[in-house]
Design a protein around this ligand. Structure first.
Ligand SMILES: Cc1cc2nc3c(=O)[nH]c(=O)nc-3n(C[C@H](O)[C@H](O)[C@H](O)COP(=O)(O)O)c2cc1C
Length: 251
């Protein structure tokens, strides 16, 4: 059978085939997080531990979690958004050369960055923001009012993006991972993103929100919208979040 690209990738990144990595060669470690860039305004987020989150039974959270694609008009409050950001990428220990966060990551490399398209979060203005996990702050990246339509279109017109209160967009900076693991690191980027996605689903449940993962998006268009080059940094995963619509019988 002719090998397809996926199988070739899996074979080429088997541990025994790997060449020495940049870390093994003594090269300097890349920065732990992406710098501020041109953003000159940074918003300090509320402490997630201050938020009263209903203490969810773990088994219940597993069984009740569903992908939810339609949301109520109610906005999220800023502390709720802060909680979701913390639950998906929050740093609880800075070790200098690495960070320990609410999600696992191969070698604690944490090669993902979190952008959010804000549609309805009180009191934020709609736009594209980026989370700074070390400082627990948000940077404003882009306030173009047409952004929501562009991102919806890049997600093949999936209406849940324009209907969401907030859409998470995770990018990967591969060298942060590949410095240690070489090309095998590309596997780990995707595994890491899966953990982040699951934390978002479960955290959303705890604040009466629904979430839905998005893998169907136009890569080049999403990279263009985020102004990332698709090589040093690329969009790797997305997910929408919004308040759950009340069901009959709820008050
Ligand atoms: C990697 C991944 C990509 C997904 N991409 C999409 C997507 O682009 N659009 C969508 O509506 N749902 C998407 N989903 C949600 C799945 O369709 C959903 O998880 C599946 O139907 C099972 O439903 P459940 O999550 O309610 O258990 C994705 C889920 C995963 C894990």
């Amino acid at each position: 059978m002719e090998e397809n690209i996926g199988l070739k990738f899996m074979r080429a990144t088997e541990l025994k085939r790997l060449s020495p990595t940049d870390q093994m060669k003594g090269m300097e470690q890349p920065p732990l997080i992406k710098g501020r860039g041109r953003a000159d305004y940074c918003l300090h987020l509320p402490d997630p531990e201050g938020l009263e989150v209903k203490s969810n039974d773990l088994i219940k959270a597993f069984t009740e979690r569903r992908s939810i694609r339609s949301y109520a008009d109610r906005p999220l409050a800023l502390p709720e958004l802060a909680f979701l950001l913390w639950a998906t990428q929050g740093v609880f220990r800075d070790l200098g050369q690495a960070t320990l966060r609410t999600v696992p990551s191969a070698g604690a490399r944490h090669a993902l960055e979190t952008y959010i398209l804000v549609n309805r979060v009180e009191p934020l203005r709609p736009g594209l923001y980026r989370y700074q996990p070390l400082e627990h702050t948000l940077l404003i990246e882009n306030e173009d009012p047409e952004l929501r339509d562009h991102i919806t279109a890049a997600c093949l017109g999936q209406k849940m993006v324009e209907g969401s209160a907030v859409t998470f967009i995770w990018t990967a900076i591969p060298y942060r991972m590949n410095w240690r693991y070489g090309e095998r690191g590309f596997r780990y980027l995707h595994l890491d993103a899966g953990h982040v996605g699951q934390n978002l689903y479960l955290a959303a449940e705890a604040i009466e929100c629904g979430a839905c993962a998005i893998g169907a998006y136009d890569d080049q268009e999403m990279n263009r919208i985020l102004e990332v080059d698709g090589v040093e940094e690329m969009v790797i995963y997305m997910a929408t979040v919004g308040k759950k619509e009340k069901e009959a019988g709820d008050d």
